[in-house]
Write a protein that binds this ligand. Structure first.
Ligand code: NAD
Ligand code: ZN
Length: 360
């Protein structure tokens, strides 16, 4: 038996136009701490219509966060925390509006305004000492499941690892499909595939169970509607389906684990800074050996949506880079244990991982 006792998001609203309810949702929380809200908004929306609809009051802080050329870092979170504390004190709440990166940054900032020192001290499970402040997640891309997960992934000087604890989970999420409608097609696909891969991995490993399968099957069905079946593509109904698929994919993972693709992906992102969902697509494409049906379906989706997935990248990688990737990936025991079983150390050798990376 696998014992997990996980915390869920406290409140969730779903549907077109629900973003417009944000002001009233925040109203009852505004009196807490130093009585101001922090809105962390993806830089992509600066000057766009969504930014003008953020219900920031004069006492609030509206900060645009740049996640264009790197995944969230411990340094970035520490700087945001220090700026907020120095400018206004402890906020009543933190609202993250963006993709997985900005949502993770919002989760971390909400924790770090109450915890001392650098966020790199808290990369791991249950290392956070004090409950953070109220925090709200509002996705503008769907697929990572960051809106529902109990982790917030940061790259630090030593490792890429999440701040993972019950307090990381959002108190409130707003799933408004209108916000993902204009995502660029490649980004829409890469991020959407993250949930497809989450489900394939959570449902094919040793820790799978009825709970993870129930959410996984439904999420995969929704992914097929969005990316493969008749009527697929970026349409209003598919935006709704993808939002729910991402949420269910996250829940499927909560009671299981990710597998081979994610383990290799962390190595690639750490060494080359490749974005999580993009790295997953590059890697999953080469994992027929582990997930034959999933990879076959993935390739059909790539073709159907005319998406570019790079190949032959490894020809430019040095031995030192490959060795570092192997170090990072081998440290992810929980993923290998789920994917290959308790005997994984005898199955997945450094040489085997190298062969897999060389396929990419
Ligand atoms: P992202 O948040 O990294 O954003 C990717 C790009 O899309 C950025 O340039 C961003 O500015 C832009 N963007 C965001 N919304 C947009 C929109 N509506 N229209 C146009 N552009 C938009 O992308 P992502 O794939 O959602 O998230 C990846 C991140 O999520 C990684 O940092 C990864 O580590 C993290 N992640 C977290 C979890 C978790 O459980 N916490 C799970 C998986 C991945
Ligand atoms: Zn993922």
């Amino acid at each position: 038996m696998q014992f997990k006792n996980f915390k869920s998001v406290d409140k969730c609203t779903f549907g077109r136009g629900t973003f417009g309810k944000l002001d009233s949702i925040l109203a009852e929380k505004r009196h807490e701490n130093d009585q101001f809200m922090v809105f962390l908004v993806d830089n992509f929306f600066k000057g766009k219509e969504l930014a003008s609809k953020v219900p920031a009051k004069p006492e609030d802080m509206l900060i645009f966060v740049d996640v264009d050329d790197h995944e969230p870092t411990t340094e970035q979170v520490d700087e945001l925390r220090d700026t907020i504390l120095a400018t206004k004190g402890i906020p009543a709440g933190v609202v993250g509006i963006g993709g997985g990166s900005v949502m993770d940054i919002a989760k971390c900032v909400a924790l770090m305004v109450k915890n001392e020192g650098s966020s790199q001290l808290y990369q791991g499970l249950n290392l956070i000492k004090k409950e953070g402040v109220y925090h709200v997640g509002i996705p503008t891309l769907s697929g990572t499941g960051a809106e529902v997960s109990m982790t917030a992934v940061l790259t630090g000087p030593e490792k890429k690892l999440g701040l993972k604890c019950d307090w990381t989970v959002f108190n409130q999420i707003i799933l408004d499909p209108e916000l993902i409608a204009d995502a660029p097609r490649n980004q829409w696909f890469y991020t959407g595939m993250d949930t497809f891969i989450h489900c394939i991995e959570s449902m094919t490993g040793f820790l799978k169970n009825t709970f993870s399968e129930a959410y996984g099957y439904k999420s995969l069905d929704l992914c097929r509607d969005v990316f493969l079946n008749e009527g697929c593509g970026q349409t209003p109904i598919n935006d709704e389906k993808l939002m729910v698929a991402s949420y269910f994919g996250g829940l499927s993972l909560t009671y299981s684990e990710v597998g081979v693709c994610h383990a290799l992906s962390y190595g690639m992102s750490y060494v080359f800074g490749t974005r999580h969902c993009f790295a997953n697509c590059i890697i999953f494409d080469q994992l027929e050996e582990y997930y034959p049906e999933g990879v076959h379906e993935f390739r059909e989706m790539v073709k159907k949506n005319n998406i570019f997935i790079p190949k032959n990248l490894s020809k430019d990688w040095t031995d030192a880079e490959i060795e570092k990737m192997i170090d990072v990936t081998l440290a992810l025991h929980h993923m290998w244990n789920h994917a290959l079983g308790s005997d994984w150390k005898n199955i997945i050798t450094r040489q085997k991982i190298k062969e897999l990376y060389l396929k990419m």
